[in-house]
Structures are given as C-alpha cells and as structure tokens.
Design a protein around this ligand. Structure first.
Ligand SMILES: *Cc1c(COP(=O)(O)O)cnc(C)c1O
Length: 395
C-alpha cells in the first residue's frame, strides 16, 4: 500500500523512528548505568501493535490499572511494573505471586500484602514530596502538591516503611515519578537527589530506584535520553552503584509520541463573512483529546501538478477544522499560504502519546492505524464501525 492509498483519517506509525527512540534509550542506559530496566508506560499508548513492539524491545509493561495489567498478560509480558493509586486486588495478588515490581501507592495495598502472607516479593513505595519547592513552577501539580505516593514530609512514607518492616518484607525500591510541565533535566537531578537523601536518612538497602517517566524524546532543541541518563547517573552515584541498584525508567511519550503521524484529507472549503474555513475528515479530538494544545507539528500536502500549484492563490488566513459538530473543533490557522482545496491532505506529526488511547468515541468511531516500514504501509488496526461500537451492549 502507498501513502496515497491510506484511508483517512488515520494514524501512521513510522517504525524506523520508533526503533530510533528505543535504541537511543538503551544505549544511553548501557553507557551510564548498565543495570537497568525500562517499563513502557501503557497508559500513554497501549495500542496492541505498540505493546507488542515494546515487548520485543525487551521492556517491561508499566501498568496502572487492572485492565492494563490484563492487557499486559494478554500480550505475554512476563515482566510487569504495577503502579498507580487504584490497583485491583486480583491483579495485585497475581503480581505478588509472579514476581512483578509493585510500587505501593495506597494503604489497602499494605493490607493485601499482609493478607497474602508472602515475603519473597519485590515492592517499592511511591514517594510524595515537595518537588515544587526544588523546581519552582515546573511540576504539574504546582503549589497543590502531587496526589500520588506516601508523603515524606508528613511521615506517611516512614509509616509505610515501618509497616513493611513489621511484616518482615524488605523495601526493594523507591518510585519517584512526578509529572512536570517542563520535562527538564533538573527534575530528574532532584528526583535522583531525593532517592539519595532517603537512602541516607532511613539507611535503606535498595535493589532499585524507579524515576518514572515524563521525558522528552525526538524533539529538536529539547533534552534527549543521553542528557537525562547522564544527569541521573551523576546524582545517583552519590549513594548508589549499578552493581547494587537497578535504575528503572518508565518512558511513555518520549518513545511513542515522535513516531506517530495523523493524516487527514480536506473535504470542503467555505468562505464565511468571518473566515476562510478548511474542513477536514480529521478532528482535534484525535490529536488533542484534552484540548490543551495550541500548535501542532504539521505539513500541508497539496495534491496537483506543478502547473496547478502555480495557479493556486496565496491567501492570508485559512482555518483548519475537523469533522465533529463542535464549534471548537478548529485545529490551527494557516497564514499566507496557498489555498487548500478538496483532496489535499494535512498531516500532523508527533502525536503518538495521549491520543490514540484518549480519543473518545464521539460522532465517529476509532480511526484506522497503519505502520510504515521502508516506505511500505500496512494496516494494523482497522477503523471501528457501528459493529465494534455496539459490541457488548444489550438492547
Ligand atoms: C504517566 C506515567 C508514566 C509515563 O509518562 P510519560 O510522560 O508518558 O513519559 C510513567 N510512570 C507513571 C507512574 C505514570 O503515571
């Protein structure tokens, strides 16, 4: 299949770019801290194809719900990192029994652990601390503080450590994932620094330090995996060695955002009293489901011969719109470019994270997904129809 034959709207996964990110992460870790494990963040994009590719890369599944846990098992993952504030008891016990890394994030999980009677388990504690004070303006939660983990400042973290101690269960690791707006290297320096501080303060013997996800990847003028991992090694080396302690990273968006594109076709243009509108068969809900983006990496793919292109007029403003019946389904404004017309295409790049798995079933069902490898395209998810939409419904 060629690019022109793709049914739009659709997503396209560029396999070489996916491999590039995976390769860069692995070589960075091998160079700086050659005792590591990577848990791919399922929530960022758990399309079955993606999940399979991450397994082939040797990554663990990083899951945060019972459904994601089951999905990881369905895909044959033997290595799972179980995170999140609301795990399920059934899968929690399964994880205990099957040697998963479990980062505890709720008091009831300590109760389940006690009930299970198991001691030979790999559990860590998710740490809640005031990172905002160390990186002002950078954390997602800001002044309100994160809602995840056991609090260092209030003593709940120490309490949880003591509970494990009473059960005779060693604390294997610390989990320090904190969402940030900036994805800066400084964040990871502070997280690694906090791990060192906790080790000193509580005299811990840890088999792993999990710094979570939240990195940039594949973006110009932004930090890349080698920058993060080098900074992490510099800080962690204060208290830890690769011989004793494994470094865990849980990337999502840094791996899966860059290789995925969203392709749409222009279906109409309209001139109103206020605007020149370009209506596409795509939608903002597929590239910005949380309606938080203000710009997109995009390409205008004009169709036509050189002569036809010569004849196209440049106009000052074109507003690109989507297929939904929402007024705010406007994607971006094109300034001083040739007029788009029916049949032209618009491609949105670097849209693989927090899109495919956040897209609602609104007005139109899930679009098709293709993978591109050496210029060849093949379908890896057919578009959903009314058939898939109504599955499992009783009426
Ligand atoms: C969301 C999440 C990640 C991945 O975050 P990205 O920004 O997609 O890299 C990793 N770990 C945990 C615990 C998360 O909640």
């Amino acid at each position: 299949m060629t690019e022109r034959e793709l049914q739009t709207p659709c997503y396209v996964i560029h396999k070489d770019r996916l491999a590039e990110g995976i390769g860069l992460l692995k070589t960075s870790l091998e160079r700086e801290w050659n005792h590591f494990c990577v848990g791919y963040s399922f929530k960022t994009n758990s399309l079955p194809y993606v999940v399979e590719e991450m397994k082939k890369a040797g990554f663990y599944a990083e899951v945060v719900s019972e459904d994601e846990y089951d999905l990881a098992l369905k895909h044959g993952y033997e290595k799972i990192i179980y995170n999140g504030p609301v795990k399920g008891k059934r899968t929690f016990l399964h994880a205990l029994e099957h040697g998963a890394i479990i980062n505890l994030d709720a008091k009831r999980e300590l109760a389940w652990l006690r009930e299970s009677g198991r001691r030979d388990v790999t559990v860590g504690l998710r740490v809640n601390f005031n990172l905002e004070a160390l990186c002002p303006g950078e954390t997602s939660a800001g002044e309100e503080g994160s809602r995840f983990g056991f609090s260092y400042e209030t003593g709940e973290l120490k309490w949880a450590m003591d509970e494990l101690d009473k059960m005779g269960i060693p604390l294997s690791g610390l989990h320090l994932h904190v969402g940030s707006k900036t994805r800066s290297v400084a964040i990871y320096r502070q997280l690694a620094g906090m791990a060192c501080r906790l080790k000193r303060e509580y005299d811990l013997k840890l088999t792993y330090i999990d710094l979570g996800g939240g990195y940039f990847g594949g973006m110009e003028n932004r930090p890349k995996f080698p920058d993060y991992v080098k900074a992490i090694r510099e800080e962690l080396s204060e208290e830890f060695t690769p011989e004793e302690t494994m470094l865990v990273m849980e990337p999502g968006t840094s791996l899966i955002t860059p290789p995925i594109e969203y392709l749409t076709t222009v279906v109409d243009t309209k001139q109103t009293y206020a605007n020149h509108l370009v209506v596409t068969d795509g939608s903002r809900i597929d590239v910005d489901p949380l309606h938080g983006k203000s710009s997109y990496f995009h390409k205008l793919l004009y169709q036509g011969t050189e002569e036809e292109m010569e004849a196209r007029q440049v106009i000052p403003k074109q507003v690109v719109c989507g297929f939904t019946c929402m007024e705010n389904d406007r994607l971006f404004v094109i300034e001083d470019q040739k007029k788009l017309q029916e049949g032209d295409r618009i491609s949105f790049q670097k849209v693989g994270g927090y899109t495919i798995c956040l897209t609602p079933l609104f007005i139109r069902y899930f679009p098709a997904v293709y993978v591109e490898e050496n210029g060849e395209y093949r379908i890896i998810r057919e578009a959903w129809t009314a058939q898939e939409y109504s599955q499992k419904s009783l009426y």
